[in-house]
Write a protein that binds this ligand. Structure first.
Ligand SMILES: [Cu+2]
Length: 465
């Protein structure tokens, strides 16, 4: 047999014949790389490249990067589409569909110019495909079932092959029975690192995908026909307080990348910093063209990455700014009882229902501290505690923890921030005696005369507001 030019381009050395047959879909079982699988929903350490150009590998919140093997000059990956059980946060799991044991699937990382060969095995009860969102590739590798390829039937394995044209921030998801398969959690991140290791390089690089689920309290399977009324707003199919914290050392360059596969936009807001969009799923934003933000809206089907220098230590909140998206399962037909006196009413109800609690007459903050009996497999609507009390959040919320003296590559949770004395908001307890007075670090004593305390009921010296 002669090695044709096509075979030679398809692979090199002793593997040429095997990979040539893999290309044509007649791969022997032995030719398919082993499909790694993940049982844990905790962040796995970054997968540092052992060959090829150097790059800073990403960290997937509550996730992992798919191992690959080199076969000649092809980087080979193996994704398995299959039913998975994903923990959303301790106390609740979803029966989802995903890849290689988890939803989302493992992050794929490779380098600009790499030739990638991705084996996709379908272990779902129905057919599927994979679309490589944002990648520039031959049309027949685009993964649109019926349009660019036949569907991958249950039990079958297909091969996708393309060369990575550019670095950037991409994702993968099915383009077959999309409404069902994405509502069930099928998606994954795809990061292509620049060939030049110095290009837009950062010290830490975090990724997550946003997905929304509608899972009735006490049940396990998302309602796939839901279009607007979701109750689980997730980052990497996790909700607060189950979402990994984003840990960085003081002074490090940090990138956070995210993509949106829900049915609505998510304005992602990070406290304590301003920052710029450095990359979209269309490519890198030239530094001179980026404008500052503190909230980056990510529309449906979009991806955004932003960069900042972690120069301000602290526990900084990062969350979707739609306040319903930082809640777990909730009823949206709750009436507003703020200001209503339910005391007399409650007495009467307690004669019939002894453990009745009136709620919401002063807002709903008390729900953050309440331990109420919940149906099986349900999370409280708002929950989570930090060093000062209940955080009263759920859904798309996490904490960026910037610390001094963190070793590079240390992603362990450093605990809660130790605030320097005098830098935490405090309760006003009247004018302290001179000797007791501890002004906040940045407090300017020369300005104290400008502050006047107005007693309730009295008119402000600047008029009535
Ligand atoms: Cu949102």
């Amino acid at each position: 047999m002669t090695i044709s030019r096509r075979n030679f381009l398809g692979a090199s050395g002793g593997m040429a014949l095997i990979s040539a047959s893999a290309v044509s879909g007649r791969a022997q079982a032995a030719a398919i790389p082993e499909a790694a699988t993940m049982k844990e929903s905790v962040m796995q350490p970054p997968l540092v490249p052992t060959s090829g150009p150097d790059y800073q590998p990403v960290v997937t919140l509550n996730g992992w990067t798919l191992p690959w093997r080199m076969n000649g000059d092809w980087k080979e990956f193996h994704l398995v589409a299959e039913p998975v059980v994903r923990e959303f946060s301790p106390g609740m799991v979803g029966h989802l569909w995903g890849y290689n044991g988890q939803s989302p699937g493992p992050t794929i990382e490779a380098v600009e110019g790499d030739k990638v060969r991705i084996f996709v095995t379908n272990k779902l009860p129905e057919h599927t495909t994979i679309h490589w969102h944002g990648q520039l590739l031959p049309c027949g590798m685009d993964g649109v079932g019926g349009l660019t390829q036949p569907h991958i039937r249950p039990g079958k394995t297909f091969v996708y092959e393309f060369q990575l044209q550019k670095s950037g921030t991409f994702m993968y998801h099915p383009h077959a029975d999309e409404m069902v398969q994405m509502a069930m959690g099928m998606m994954g991140f795809f990061v292509v690192h620049p060939k030049d290791p110095a290009f837009r390089r950062v010290d830490r690089d975090f990724v997550f995908l946003m997905a929304a689920y509608d899972i009735d309290p006490g049940t396990y399977v998302p309602k796939v026909a839901e279009m607007t009324d979701f109750n689980m707003w997730t980052w990497n199919s996790r909700v607060f307080p189950g979402i990994d914290h984003i840990v960085a050392g003081k002074g490090e360059k940090v990138r956070i990348r995210f993509g949106n596969l829900t049915m609505t936009n998510h304005p992602i807001h990070m406290h304590g910093y301003d920052f710029k969009v450095s990359c979209t799923d269309g490519g890198w934003v030239p530094e001179a063209a980026a404008w500052p933000e503190v909230t980056i809206d990510c529309a449906v089907g979009q991806m955004r990455a932003f960069d900042f220098v972690a120069d301000k230590p602290g526990d900084w909140a990062i969350h979707c700014h739609k306040s319903h998206h930082t809640m777990n399962a909730m009823g949206h037909d709750v009436r507003n009882f703020i200001g209503v006196d339910k005391k007399e009413f409650a007495k009467k109800v307690r004669k019939l229902v002894p453990d009745y609690m009136p709620m919401g007459t002063a807002g709903m903050a008390d729900m953050g501290e309440m331990e109420m009996p919940l149906p099986d497999n349900t999370l409280p609507m708002m929950t989570g505690f930090a060093q000062f009390g209940a955080v009263e959040m759920g859904g798309m919320f996490s904490v960026v923890k910037v610390r001094e003296g963190l070793a590079s590559g240390d992603y362990k949770d450093p605990g809660w921030f130790k605030h320097p004395e005098g830098t935490v908001a405090f309760e006003w307890k009247g004018e302290p005696k001179k000797a007791e007075r501890k002004p906040p670090a940045a407090f300017d004593k020369t300005k104290t005369a400008e502050f006047t305390v107005v007693k309730p009921g009295k008119k402000s010296p600047h008029g009535n507001h």
